[in-house]
Write a protein that binds this ligand. Structure first.
Ligand code: SAM
Length: 285
């Protein structure tokens, strides 16, 4: 697919960022199929994985791999191809490229080289999850994947515990239980959460309840720990935010007379909050 520039009548190649399904192969647009058939080359995160989708739609365009380990090298190869007038489509294994997926470096380089980058929108797991979770979509923050180590994960969750917007996370089956447990400790038993599992697939499940109920339900049924997950967490209540601010102010007062650790212990004893969480909150001030 080639665009003609009006000024010099030069063939101008385009980079298309094409969304593909997140499970159900029918979730692809007519335009996406048309573009994937007509470009000169498809850059795919995993060519073997994408061959199923491409053959399902009779798309015979040649493919090359572009993943997080070869993006820099592939970017210069693709820029060369575009310089010769070849148009490129970027796809990832599922959903929208660049959303917790490779492609950012390619987009920056292609735009810097003066070529058009055109979106071909479609499925995206976190948008699908938000649309069904039953948790406010008025304002939200997409957080992607949490860190894989427990301590780093907990410190990111601590930093988000008073966030006044809905929070959206991606999570893998290996870490889903530890993440839900950490969320329960840090956000509290009562915070509303939605576990959106295997969206658009055979075992699609959307369960929205309090963190306490969700942890108990998932622990009781190992099948609910399998597959791909989006976790949607409701915003912190105004009084929760206010409480945390009061706790930090109390710690600030006390630390004039004692070490920070001791101040956190005293406020933890008075409020029932975790002393580690208070320590991390006070450190962020
Ligand atoms: N680019 C993709 C998108 O647009 O959503 C996301 C890619 S990211 C590498 C993969 C993660 O997305 C999974 O680990 C899971 O958290 C989430 N995900 C992808 N497909 C999903 C599905 N069908 N149901 C629930 N979550 C899904």
């Amino acid at each position: 697919m080639v665009r003609m520039t009006t000024e010099k009548n030069i063939r101008q190649a385009i980079l298309y960022i094409v969304a593909t399904p997140i499970g159900n192969l029918d979730d692809i647009s007519v335009r996406a199929c048309h573009i994937l058939k007509s470009v000169d080359i498809i850059a795919a995160e995993d060519t073997r994985h994408s061959s199923r989708l491409l053959s399902h739609y009779g798309i015979g365009t040649s493919c090359l791999s572009l993943h997080e380990h070869n993006e820099a090298g592939r970017t210069s190869q693709l820029l060369d191809r575009m310089g010769s007038g070849h148009s490129v489509a970027l796809i990832s294994d599922a959903g929208t490229p660049l959303i917790s997926d490779p492609g950012y470096r390619l987009v920056v380089a292609v735009r810097a080289a003066g070529f058009d980058v055109v979106p071909v929108p479609g499925a995206c797991a976190f948008v699908a999850a938000l649309s069904v979770a039953g948790i406010s979509t008025h304002r939200f923050s997409f957080e992607g994947f949490l860190p894989s180590t427990g301590s780093q994960r907990r410190s990111v969750l601590d930093a988000l515990s008073a966030e006044p917007r809905t929070l959206v996370f991606y999570e893998s089956p290996h870490r889903i239980m530890s993440t839900v447990k950490d969320m329960r400790v840090i956000f509290g038993d009562e915070r509303k959460v939605s576990i959106c599992r295997e969206l658009t697939k055979r075992f699609e499940t959307v369960y929205t309840a309090s963190l306490g109920q969700v942890e108990d339900w998932m622990s009781a049924d190992p099948n609910q720990q399998r597959g791909e997950f989006v976790i949607v967490v409701s915003e912190a209540e105004g009084d929760q935010v206010g409480c945390q601010q009061d706790w930090v102010r109390a710690i600030e007062e006390l630390r004039g007379y004692m070490p920070l650790k001791k101040a956190c212990k005293i406020v933890a004893g008075l409020t029932g909050a975790s002393s580690q969480q208070l320590y991390r909150l006070a450190e962020q001030e």
